[in-house]
Design a protein around this ligand. Structure first.
Ligand SMILES: [Cu+2]
Length: 483
C-alpha cells in the first residue's frame, strides 16, 4: 500500500513535470470503452500496416499462424526458420492504446514443434506465453488489453526459448498512442537477428542450428529481416528526396544488441526503446537491446544509397547486418557535393559469401559409422530441441534418450514411436512423462540413421537400425497403438 502511494506520488510529480502521467493513463486505458470489432491487418517486413485513424478503442482480432519453413539465410545457404506468419521477422501487428485484443495463435499441422507467444505489450504473467502454448495442428486464444503505448517485441517462449528465438520466432507489435504518430511519407519495418549455423559463414547447403554457438553467443550470421541481403538491390527500401521516413526497428536477438546506424543520415527523431512518449533529436547511432525496439525518423535531403548497419561493423560487413535505402531525385550539391554511386559498400558486403562448398544431404550410409554420422545431423535438426543435445531430455517435459530403458528394451517400438508419434502416460527410467511426441515424416534412411545415432551414444545399447527395418515397422502418424 505504501509503495503504491509512493508510486502514485511519483506519477503525479511526473505529470507536473512532463504533462504525462503513465500510471493515470494506464488506468484510463483499463476503463476505456470498447466500441465495435475489427480484424487486424498484418504485414510482412518491410511493410507496415496503415496508421490507425479511429478515435476510440475497439476489439481487435489477431490471427497469427506459426509455420516452420525452409528458406534462404544467405546465398546458397538454407535454413529451417520457425516463423510467425511464414517470414522472419514475424508479421507486424498494429493496434491502438486501449484496444482489447483477441489473440489467436494457430500452429500449422505440418509443424513439428509446440510454440507459444510472449508479447512485450501484454501485462500478465509470461506476456501470454502460458496461455498460448499450442501443439502442431492446434489453435489457442487469449485476450489482453493494451495499456501502454509503444513499440514492442513479441517472440516465442517455448523451451528451449533461445532456440525458438534463434530460429526466427520474433516480430514487432506497435501499440499506437491515442493521438497517433506524426504523419510521414514512408514507414518501414526492419528487425535484426543473430543466427547460429553448424557450418561456418558461407558454408553452402541446408544448415542445422548450433546450440553450442548460440550458448557461446558466436553467431555465423547477423542479419536484418531474416537473411543476408534481404533489403539490398531490387529489395532496398525506397524513398524520394525530401520525403520523411519512419523506421520501426526491432532486435529479436536472441543474444546480440544492435548499434543501429544509417550511414550518411542523422536521425532527426528517435523514440528510444520504442517509447512513444519521449523523443530525442539529432542522433547518429541508437542502441537497440535484444528483445527491444526503437523508432527512428529522418528526412531525406540528398539522393543516393544509404546503408543501414549494426555499427558493430564486422556484423555488417562480414556477417550480413547490412541493408540499403535508395533515395531518388536530383542531386543536391549544396548539401552534399560528392558523386554518389550505388555500390560503394557492396563489394565488401558480398565478400562474406565465398566459402568452400559442403553438401548437407542424406545419401545412403555404407557403414554403421557413416549411419551414426548422418544420424547426428538428423538428431540435431529434429530431436535436440526437446531431448537436448546431451540426450538427457528435460525433467517433467521431455524424456531422456540417454540410457533410456524404454528405448533400449525394444527397437521396433522405437521405430513406431518416431514414425507414428507418441502421447499419453509413459515411464522412462522410473520417471513419468505425459507429453506429445510428434510423428516424424522422415525417410526410412533418416529414421534408421537417427535411431542408430541415438543407440550408439550416451550409454545406450549400440544396436543398429536399418532402413529396411524402418520400412517394415513404420506406422502411420497418430496410429501408434504400441503403447
Ligand atoms: Cu516456438
Amino acid at each position: 500500500m505504501k509503495t503504491f502511494k509512493a508510486l502514485l506520488t511519483l506519477g503525479l510529480l511526473l505529470t507536473a513535470n512532463t504533462g504525462y502521467c503513465d500510471i493515470g493513463s494506464q488506468d484510463k486505458n483499463v476503463r476505456e470503452k470498447i466500441i465495435g470489432q475489427e480484424t487486424a491487418v498484418l504485414t510482412d517486413a518491410p511493410a507496415v500496416p496503415p496508421p490507425i485513424t479511429r478515435k476510440h478503442a475497439t476489439k481487435v482480432i489477431v490471427n497469427l499462424e506459426v509455420k516452420e519453413v525452409e528458406g534462404r539465410l544467405a546465398d546458397g545457404v538454407q535454413y529451417t526458420f520457425w516463423t510467425f506468419g511464414g517470414k522472419v521477422p514475424g508479421k507486424f501487428i498494429r493496434i491502438r492504446e486501449g484496444d482489447q485484443v483477441e489473440f489467436h495463435l494457430n500452429n500449422h499441422p505440418d509443424n513439428k514443434m509446440p510454440h507459444n507467444i510472449d508479447l512485450h505489450a501484454v501485462i500478465g504473467p509470461g506476456g501470454g506465453a502460458a496461455a498460448s502454448l499450442t501443439a502442431p495442428g492446434h489453435s489457442s486464444h487469449f485476450s489482453f488489453k493494451a495499456l501502454n503505448p509503444g513499440l514492442y517485441v513479441y517472440h516465442c517462449a517455448t523451451a528451449p526459448v533461445a532456440m525458438h528465438v534463434a530460429n526466427g520466432m520474433y516480430g514487432l507489435i506497435l501499440v499506437e498512442p491515442k493521438e497517433g504518430l506524426p504523419k510521414v511519407d514512408h514507414e518501414y519495418y526492419v528487425m535484426q537477428g543473430d543466427f547460429y549455423t553448424q557450418g561456418k559463414n558461407g558454408e553452402q547447403g541446408l544448415q542445422p542450428f548450433s546450440m553450442v554457438k548460440a550458448i557461446d553467443e558466436k553467431p555465423e550470421y547477423v542479419v536484418f529481416n531474416g537473411a543476408a541481403g534481404s533489403l539490398v538491390a531490387d529489395n532496398a527500401l525506397q524513398a524520394k528526396k525530401g520525403e520523411t521516413i519512419r523506421l520501426f526497428v526491432g532486435d529479436g536477438g536472441p543474444n546480440l544488441t544492435s548499434s543501429f546506424h544509417v550511414i550518411g543520415e542523422i536521425f532527426d527523431n528517435v523514440y528510444p526503446e520504442g517509447n512513444t512518449n519521449t523523443v530525442t533529436h539529432n542522433v547518429q547511432t541508437t542502441f537497440i537491446p535484444a528483445g527491444g525496439a526503437a523508432i527512428v525518423e529522418f528526412k531525406t535531403h540528398v539522393p543516393g544509397t544509404y546503408i543501414l548497419v549494426d555499427h558493430s561493423l564486422t556484423r555488417a560487413f562480414n556477417k550480413g547486418a547490412l541493408a540499403q535505402l535508395k533515395v531518388s531525385g536530383d542531386e543536391e550539391k549544396l548539401i552534399y557535393s560528392g558523386k554518389i554511386t550505388d555500390d560503394v559498400y557492396l563489394p565488401e558486403g558480398t565478400g562474406m559469401r565465398n566459402a568452400e562448398q559442403t553438401k548437407v544431404a542424406q545419401p545412403s550410409a555404407a557403414t554403421k559409422q557413416e549411419r551414426i554420422k548422418l544420424g547426428e545431423v538428423v538428431y540435431n535438426t529434429n530431436c535436440a530441441a526437446c531431448h537436448q543435445l546431451t540426450g538427457l531430455g528435460v525433467p517433467q517435459a521431455f524424456p531422456p534418450l540417454a540410457k533410456s530403458d524404454f528405448l533400449n528394451a525394444d527397437k521396433v517400438r522405437a521405430i513406431k514411436t518416431v514414425t507414428g508419434g507418441l502421447q499419453g502416460n509413459l515411464t522412462v527410467n522410473g520417471e513419468t512423462f505425459n507429453g506429445v511426441m510428434p510423428a516424424w515424416s522422415l525417410s526410412d534412411e533418416e529414421i534408421a540413421n537417427v535411431l542408430t545415432y541415438v543407440y550408439s551414444n550416451w550409454g545406450n545399447s549400440q544396436q543398429e537400425v536399418t532402413p529396411d527395418e524402418v520400412r517394415r515397422h513404420r506406422v502411420t502418424p497418430g496410429k501408434n497403438g504400441s503403447e
